[in-house]
Each structure stands twice: as C-alpha cells, then as structure tokens.
Design a protein around this ligand. Structure first.
Ligand SMILES: CC(C)(CO)[C@@H](O)C(=O)[O-]
Length: 351
C-alpha cells in the first residue's frame, strides 16, 4: 500500500457489478475512500450492511466496508469541495448514457471519468463530460456478481489506461498505480488498439454464449469461425486507422489476413490454454442469458463497430448474425444450442 490515507485518492465507482465491484473492493482494501453508486437497491443495501464481498476461487470470502448509494440517494453525498474527482464507470454498455448524465453535473472541473466497460463507450462519455475529462481504458476482468453485495473473483487479465490523445499523463500514471491494487495495470499510448482487440475477442465471447459450454471449447471447436469473426472487427478498426494491440495471449497479428496459419492456430491454442487457467470460464453475456435472465450488453457493445462498418461499406455477416441470435435468445425465441454456432459458422463462410 502506498501513501497515507490522506494522500489516497477518493474514487466514485458508478456500476458496482462484476467489474466495478471488483475494482471498488480492491481500491477500498488499499485504503482509498470509495463510494459505489448502483441502481440495484438490494446490492446497495447488502454492501451498506455487510461490506462489499469478494469470494475467492478457493471459496474464502473477504469483505471491505464501502459506502454505497443508489443514484437517487445522491442528495446524501457530502459536499466534496467541487464535485466528484475520480470516477470509474463500470455500467453495462447500454447503461452508459444515463450513467454519464448522472455523473456530468456532479463531476469536478478537474475530475475525470475512466471507462472500465466492455465496449467502445468513450465517445458517449466525452459527449457529456468533455474529452478533457475522459480517460480511456481497456480491461479484461473475470468476475461475476453472484449475490447482493458479493462478487466471485474469476481471475485477472490485462488492464491498460491512457489519455484519448495517447499521452501518458500524470493523472493516468496515478490511476495506474491505484488500479494495481487489483491487477497488472499499465499505462499505454494506444488504448484504442487494445479496445479493438477486446471487441474482436468479445464477438467470439458472445458467440460462445450461444451455447452452454466454456468459451475455450467454442474456440477450439471452431477455429476458422473464430478467426473470421475477429477479422471482421479488425477490418472495421483498420478502416478508421486503428493499430491493434495484443493482450493476454490474444495476439492481434494472428488475425491479420496474411497471417501464417500454423502461427494463428498456435495463438488460439495458447489463448485457450490461458482461458483454462481462469476460474471463470463463461462470459458475463452467458450469465445474463442463462442465470440472470436479462438483456445482454451485446447489441450496445457492438453497435459502434456495426455503425462504422456501414460508414465504410464493410460487410460483417458474422457480427450481425451473432447480434441477431443473441437478441433471439434474450427474447426467448431460441435456446442455447450448438446449432446457433453452426449458424454463425455458415454466415462467416458465406454458405
Ligand atoms: C469474457 C470475460 C470473462 C473476460 O474477458 C468477461 O469479459 C466477461 O465476463 O464476459
């Protein structure tokens, strides 16, 4: 732990679910004053009563006292001398607009919002709080909200932070130092390149949620489809000048159209090998469909990719099929089944 309690920066974490709750827990454990803002009254009540809990893979539960409020409880916020300083935004992609509209009038002039979300949400954030107060980040965090006030730790992955213009500013460096309380955070000039790689992996993750098996099994059973889906995302990124970055064994170069096939296969094998070491083996998307019975973030998460694909005349049959099938699963119009993956396979191969 670095710094005295007085030096440790206060954080407001908006969205206290799998990602936000995990980050809030570790910041609080490192001695930062943390306020969680979450819509779920039961979750907020449990955190207020018992503390925020993390269940480790060995079953041990640790709890941290953390302040938690619902957005309409914000009147109870203490006057913090000019508003919220450091805000971690960790709501689902589809909840970004209302969350940022809640944050904007409360954000200090010199405060900032950092997005720890599965999506490309920075544009929406900057539209409300300004680019100057938007920090960009990419996170690969394995966790599940398993009960009110309790998050299951499913393993750590990469966490990359930077400014929208690529600078590694003092506020980014400080944020990285603080986020190391959770995992291997680094500052980087090309967060966008990481976010596009996460999108390419997320499409594959969403495909794996069409069937009730671990992510790595879908990749292993359908390597060509995996590569085709990732390439659709990277083609759109390339059209807007993104230089893709690698993370956690997901080697961006393996998905280049001219990549050597044995290399691509090896990368997929290594990535699946790594996924197998993670205690959590299915996506949050799968969990929303199978356990929580609620809409997933897939349409909102992939909307910017599909919008840009349209702007640049790029065909993305695989991504469109995945979004359609997830929608049908959300509405109960189909069941999780291997035939869904076959449908994606057909779409990417033009059959
Ligand atoms: C796929 C995942 C487990 C790790 O990136 C996470 O993004 C999730 O919960 O969907």
């Amino acid at each position: 732990m670095s710094g005295t309690a007085a030096q440790r920066r206060a954080y407001t974490v908006v969205g206290g679910g799998a990602i936000g709750g995990t980050i809030a827990f570790h910041l609080a454990k490192a001695g930062h004053p943390v306020l969680v803002v979450d819509q779920d009254t039961e979750h907020v009540g449990a955190i207020s009563d018992q503390g925020l809990g993390i269940r480790r893979p060995d079953g041990r539960v640790e709890r941290q006292p953390v302040r938690a409020i619902t957005p309409d409880g914000a009147d109870a916020l203490p006057a913090t001398g000019g508003g919220l300083g450091a805000v971690v935004l960790a709501v689902k992609a589809q909840a970004t607009d209302p969350a940022v509209r809640w944050i904007a009038p409360r954000l200090a002039e010199d405060g900032f919002v950092v997005s720890l979300q599965n999506g490309l949400c920075e544009e929406q954030i900057a539209a409300e709080v300004g680019e100057r107060r938007t920090v960009t980040a990419f996170v690969n965090l394995f966790a599940d909200l398993v009960a009110p006030g309790l998050i299951a730790d499913g393993g750590a992955g990469a966490l990359v932070v930077g400014e929208l213009d690529g600078r590694v500013s003092p506020r980014v460096e400080r944020l990285v130092t603080d986020l190391r309380a959770w995992g291997p955070a680094v500052a980087h000039p090309n967060v966008a390149g990481h976010l596009w790689s996460k999108q390419s992996y997320s499409v594959v993750g969403a495909t794996s949620a069409l069937v009730d098996v671990p992510i790595h099994e879908t990749i292993e059973a359908h390597p060509d489809m995996t590569v085709a889906l990732a390439r659709e995302v990277y083609a759109v990124g390339a059209a807007i000048g993104v230089h893709p970055e690698s993370f956690d064994h997901w080697e961006a170069g393996a998905f280049a159209v001219d990549a050597h096939l044995p290399y691509t296969r090896q990368v997929l094998a290594d990535f699946c090998g790594w996924l197998r070491t993670q205690p959590k083996n299915k996506t949050g998307i799968w969990r929303d469909l199978a356990v929580r019975k609620r809409p997933t973030e897939v349409p909102a998460m992939l909307a910017p990719v599909l919008r840009l694909a349209d702007d640049h005349g790029i065909n993305c049959p695989g991504i469109r099929t995945v979004v359609r099938l997830i929608g049908e699963l959300e509405r109960g119009e189909r069941r999780m089944d291997e035939s869904n993956v076959t449908e994606v396979e057909r779409a990417v191969s033009g059959r």
